[in-house]
Ligand binder design. Structure first.
Ligand code: HEM
Length: 492
């Protein structure tokens, strides 16, 4: 009896605690989605009925207002819909929104000092140290990694020419080869060495388990709770793996005394500096956390971009043919049969195809910022208060018929200069915008472009009998990827 009364008492307290904030948006005159106890508006997420991307799209589509309030448990969030306000938050009034939701999280050194999790002061220092590794000249320097990896992929596809092949698997193996080469300086070939540990561990990092889901939502959406419960984002096994390889590459490079002007030289330099100035330091664990951060942010996003593009090319023979012509013309000027950086970057139709792929399938469909000082929305009396967590829905914007008519149709011409001009800016955001935008954008795009170009110069991509007319989207954590897409690659 006592136990039942106690339980009832606890439930009442819990109810009062969680619902105390449910009038937050009403009090501020902001339109909102009706929350319910105890999950706020994320019931479909916790019951795995919807992915995070679907939920964001649903909230985006639920209103025509420029902002919409909702709740994750008892925490009020704001979805920013209006392109004008998006521009202000990302760029013009960045000083009001210079942090991410996960900034200042305190859980473990591997995560705390990743770009995603630093407060503005430290983020600015680290971003300026890492950015030089992503410049055009640095990418030109590592073109051999892209070309070699894609040649290995072509060799593999030659062997299985005409068979039904899982296109996500090909994209993931290619991306693992490129990332191991660039992040650790290793030459691996996951097409031959199918159980290569880099390939295996890349998947483990984002394994779609319930425990991982709770960890990621904790860190990126409710960092205060993740900090309180000391939620670790990664398993020790995964951390040990990346730490070991990080220090192996750094030590090898230091011993060799060679300067390759690449990412590993950047680690070596950061290790030497230790103190990056203005009180910001990186210890051994935080340094190896950089490598994990790149795998985490770049591996699935890039390999999913490749697979979505391959699928659309298989389903749209005319687009595939047009793209192949452009690529053949460009490759004809290369002596060694490999793409040069300038050559691949200048392919205008390839640019349009990849842009459209990221429009239809923004592989990171959630972007967020935290308000760091009160912000009055221009032309209104509404104040976004310090501490407010703002989210953005690339998938909602990219599928809004007002900006992209017939959004389900794959049409690269949406990205012709005339069509781009007719759209408001800031409705297209596969890599975010402003100072916090994706640092690996050029790298991810280059990986995808070389992969697609190599495939099209060697194979015709065809659907198989099992290829769905409408692709099924799977989600891992906040990311989206295609579900079981089998295609045929027939030698030209
Ligand atoms: C197609 C591939 C990729 C997509 C679609 C993508 C997308 C994104 C998006 C949407 C953001 C958030 C931007 C914002 O908040 O404004 C982001 C941030 C980031 N991305 Fe990427 N990304 C890709 C590839 C990569 C690669 C290859 C790397 C690294 C090697 C990378 C590293 C990062 C990092 C470190 C951030 C945080 C940046 C900061 O806060 O300063 N991404 N990415």
């Amino acid at each position: 009896m006592f136990f039942i009364i106690f339980l009832g008492f606890v439930l009442v307290l819990l109810y009062l605690y969680i619902t105390q904030n449910f009038d937050y948006w009403k009090k501020r005159g902001i339109s909102y989605l009706e929350p319910s106890f105890p999950f706020g508006n994320i019931f479909p997420l916790v019951t795995f009925k919807k992915s995070y991307a679907d939920l964001m799209a649903q909230i985006y589509n639920s209103s025509k207002e420029s902002i919409v309030g909702y709740w994750i448990f008892n925490i009020p969030f704001l979805l920013i819909r209006s392109p004008e306000l998006i521009k202000n938050i990302f760029v013009r009034d960045f000083d009001h929104f210079s942090d991410r939701v996960s900034s200042s999280i305190k859980i473990d050194p591997f995560v705390e000092k990743a770009l995603f999790c630093l407060d503005f002061h430290d983020w600015k220092i680290l971003r300026s140290k890492l950015s030089p590794s992503f410049t055009t000249s640095k990418l030109k320097n590592v073109m051999h990694i892209f070309n070699q990896s894609s040649n290995e992929m072509v060799e593999y596809l030659d062997e299985v020419s005409g068979d039904a092949v899982d296109c996500k698997l090909i994209s993931s193996r290619l991306t693992a080869n490129v990332f191991a080469g660039w992040i650790f300086g290793y030459k691996i070939n996951c097409f031959k060495d199918v159980d290569n540990e880099f390939f295996v561990y890349s998947h483990k990092l984002l394994e779609p388990t319930v425990a991982n889901f709770i960890r990621f939502v904790g860190v990126f959406v409710m960092p205060e709770i993740a900090t309180f419960f000391k939620v670790n984002m990664f398993k020790k096994r995964d951390l040990d793996f990346y730490r070991r390889h990080f220090w192996k590459s750094v030590n090898l490079r230091e011993e060799s005394g060679v300067n390759n002007n690449d990412l590993i030289d950047c680690y070596v330099q950061l290790n030497k500096e230790g103190d990056l100035g203005d009180g910001f330091t990186l210890d051994e664990d935080s340094l190896s956390g950089l490598a994990i951060q790149f795998f985490l942010a770049g591996y699935e996003t890039t390999s999913s971009l490749i697979s979505f593009t391959l699928y659309e090319l298989a389903m749209n023979e005319d687009i595939q043919q047009k793209l192949r012509h452009e690529i053949f013309d460009s490759l004809a000027v290369e002596e060694d049969g490999n793409f040069s950086y300038e050559n691949i970057i200048d392919l205008s139709y390839l640019n349009k195809v990849i842009s459209e792929s990221l429009r239809k399938y923004p592989t990171l469909p959630l972007i967020e910022r935290k308000c760091v000082k009160d912000y009055q929305i221009p032309g209104t009396k509404i104040i976004i208060e310090k501490g407010t967590k703002c989210q953005f829905s690339p998938i909602g914007l990219h599928h809004d018929p007002e900006f992209f008519p017939n959004p389900d149709i794959f049409d690269p011409e949406r990205f012709s200069p005339e069509n781009v001009k007719t759209r408001p800016p800031y409705v297209y955001m596969p890599f975010g915008h402003g100072p916090h935008n994706c640092i690996g954008k050029k790298f991810g795009l280059l990986t995808a472009k070389i992969c697609i170009a190599q495939i099209l110069t060697n194979f015709q991509i065809l659907p198989t009998e099992s290829t769905p007319k409408r692709i099924e989207i799977d989600s891992i954590m906040f990311l989206i990827k295609p579900k079981d897409v089998f295609l045929k690659f027939v030698k030209l």
